[in-house]
Design a protein around this ligand. Structure first.
Ligand code: MN
Length: 378
């Protein structure tokens, strides 16, 4: 008998919040676990080749309880989506991180090994079964597109990626999908694949709320650019915003799913919605930022400055060394390049402003320390 390993355990885990995309209840509020979150920056920095930041992400992954073998597996998995050079650089960085931690007396847990492949492993059958389960339909006999034009690459996908790699049970299917969508978010031009994998992520049981969490983790730990790409693709998948990218057509983009301002960069409750960007990749970017009373940004700078347009409520803005200025609806605030400043709501009123800035090396902002209650009270 050919061995087709059961894939039921991974799917059973997933069943907790397995609902179709359109039926996701508004109240579903699961978040990614700390371990799951740590997979994302590891995959993203491996994919974009930022080794210093990968080093930090690897340390944080180990601290959050990922084992050495689980992280090795994330790096192995990444090669299928970002290529051998990126994965091998990532593995070399991981070796250096482990050496350094050992020098500091940290003994990281090795973790378990993958179950060995049986002698009679039927890679074709196993690969098709896994892939069909991930996409939630039978795509083993496609009659058009790339599998017909280049059947051998489809064979590689089935026998190698979905059998050789996916058989390795050091990571479950949810963890593998997180590694995949972390990788793809960091690779411009792979939005079509990212959209398909966000759908797969939902098929293996990740909720809408967890995918919003995924966007927030990218924003906090990776880059605005990767988070914007992920948010836009997720909104596209969920049917929020523009119907389809029709070149030269006027687009109405819905306000989209508001994302929460991460605690590392904001004090109090802050959400960002109605994100927008110029068609030129290095052009302007912006969004509507909503601060609850008392909420504010951390100190920060913008490489090319920033324009704020106050829409509602009452707010405050301060440049380092200057007095705090009150801002009201209709006010336009210009913040010069590299000027240390913060902005937020008044203590007794919420405030919303549109914020517009342009990126340098993919980033529109450099975050500094929090605005203390003392500084805010002045
Ligand atoms: Mn600012």
């Amino acid at each position: 008998m050919k061995t087709v390993k059961s894939i039921i355990p991974a799917l059973a885990v997933a069943a907790v919040c397995m609902v179709s995309i359109s039926e996701t209840p508004a109240g579903t509020n699961e978040t990614l676990s700390a371990r799951q979150e740590k997979i994302l920056p590891i995959a993203a920095f491996t994919a974009n080749g930022n080794m210093p930041r990968l080093g930090t992400a690897l340390g944080e992954g180990l601290d959050a309880g990922l084992t050495v073998n689980e992280i090795k597996e994330i790096l192995i998995h990444t090669y299928a989506y970002a290529g051998f050079p990126r994965a091998l650089n990532g593995i070399n960085t991981f070796m250096a991180v482990l050496d350094k931690r050992k020098e500091h007396g940290i003994n990281d847990k090795t973790g378990r090994e993958a179950t060995p492949v049986p002698a009679d492993f039927d890679r074709t059958a196993y690969g098709h079964k896994v892939r069909n389960s991930l996409v939630d339909r039978d795509i083993s006999k496609r009659t058009s597109g790339y599998p017909v034009f280049t059947p051998v690459i489809d064979q590689f996908l089935v026998e190698h990626l979905f059998a050789d790699i996916f058989y390795r049970d050091v990571l479950n299917h949810q963890e593998r999908e997180l590694a995949t969508i972390g990788t793809l978010a960091a690779m411009p031009g792979t939005e079509a694949q990212l959209k398909a994998h966000l759908r797969v992520a939902m098929n293996v049981g990740l909720c809408k709320a967890q995918l919003e969490d995924y966007v927030a983790v990218l924003r906090q730990k990776v880059s605005e650019e990767s988070a914007d790409r992920a948010a836009e693709t997720l909104n596209d998948l969920l049917g929020i915003g523009a119907p389809a990218n029709q070149a030269r057509a006027v687009k109405v983009i819905g306000k989209g799913q508001p994302t929460k301002g991460p605690a590392a960069y904001f004090t109090g409750h802050v959400t960002v919605a109605s994100r927008f960007s110029s068609e030129k990749p290095d052009g302007y970017r912006g969004g509507m930022v909503n601060f609850e009373a008392g909420a504010r940004t951390a100190w920060h700078t913008h490489p090319f400055g920033q324009t704020l347009i106050v829409i509602s409520g009452r707010g405050l803005v301060q440049s380092e060394g200057e007095t705090v200025q009150k801002i009201l609806p209709g006010d336009v605030v210009w913040i010069p390049a590299d000027e240390r400043h913060w902005h937020g709501a008044a203590p007794d009123s919420p405030m919303s402003h549109v914020a517009i800035s342009a990126p340098r090396n993919g980033s529109t902002v450099e975050w500094l320390g929090h605005v203390t209650d003392e500084q805010y009270a002045n």
